[in-house]
Design a protein around this ligand. Sequence first.
Ligand code: FES
Length: 497
Amino acid sequence: MFEQGVEFPCGGQGRCRGCRIRVLNGKAEVNLAQQERLSPEEIAEGWRLACQCAVEGELEIELRQWDAAILVDETPFAFRPRQGLGVAVDLGTTTLVAQLLDLTAGKVLAVSTALNAQARYGADVMSRLHFAVLGGGQHQLESLIRQQIGALIEQLLFSAGRQGAEIADIVVVGNTVMHHFFCGIAAEPLTHYPFEPAEGGLQTLRSGALGWKLAGDPLVRFLPCLGGFVGSDVLAGILATKLPERDDLVGLVDLGTNGEIVIGNHEGMLCASTAAGPAFEGAKISMGMRASTGAISQVTVAPTLTPLPSEEGIKGRCSHDGVHCHVIGDGTPRGLCGSGLVDAVAAGLELGVIATSGRFSNGEASWMLAPPVALTQNDIRELQLAKAAIAAGIKLLMQRKGATELGRLYLAGAFGNYIDRTSARRIGLIDFPPETVEAAGNTALLGAKLALFSLDSEGGSYAGVRRCIEHVALNADPSFQDVFVEELAFPARCAEL
Ligand code: FES
């Protein structure tokens, strides 16, 4: 498996769970190390640690590692100690992350992650809304996500060796659609103009009512949304980055299928969401994939255009047509993830392979990056649509604030964590000096953790903070379409970049 690019993060010592496989056909025995690291449910479902298995016959397996890495949060934070345990959940459209905390010590005791099980009904919020409202599937989506988060909490307790009775509070954050699905609120108002939630406020539920069997029946709070398609994950991001305390003007951008943007400081904040499409997540890209083993995650212009040895070249790097590509897992390239796509287009612009209009200068339909992975004309178009939506959103909020620069711009989420800031500026996505742009990690999860310690203030409704945040409906702004069209082109080559 190592030869195929599979990584063994702890060197095969059975400690990290990074090499998890699921046996689909065949037999793989469970040794003591696996019993200690895998829950009984996982073992029953066929999960094993590859590094601890002796292969004695044909095996058909599923590889956990080829799922994208899910961004968790380890940021230290200030807190006022409370009794008991707390659970913070970041309920994303694609991924779920839950952390169990000791509220007395502010310490993370366990982490569990999963891909959102609702994804089988559509990768993005629009297709899930379609299934919920037109396909009558909202109840199905609701029970699926409640069950899945309940199982994640049980997994957390199992890994930390703790009991449900010790849990004092559970805080969940997520976008407006996830808020409605989890809390059982009719999502129909989110499918049409003005796309505003009917009940976007703080929702407080008993865990028993969600079907979770936790002794003590702790309270579960889903933090309030900020507006149509701007959910409590953004509110959590605002808390995590301390925007309401800043004197200088600060931005927070979460790059995803829906790009969420906040600009402001202690005097007030503006927030908006803009439909960026799935390009940043590698979807609708001809050889697009998530940032997992085999994905080209970085593309840089080769210092020399002399072809370098690609086969015997440095492991994990391929060189072709004037670019160097980094492949996750050091194996054969299988596709291109979001950060690789942004880099590839930036490199193409620098090399003159791509014109500022987005067309290939030589009129070809594709550009080979590292065989068999190529960038096509359509891929560039998809990226142009995504980056123009974000850039136009930022520009309009900046204009409303009467500002031309920011003291700091935080990029939230997994994609913001991996994107190269110089490439992002080169393609006109984030047009700020790279030194002012900072990857802020999983700010939604950090904000949810902070909320576990400040539920007393206004009962967790954050009414005071929310009063300082104005939601801007970009789709109702007459100038949005013009600015969006302006932003479709790439910036011309610029000496300082
Ligand atoms: S490589 Fe770490 S558990 Fe197998």
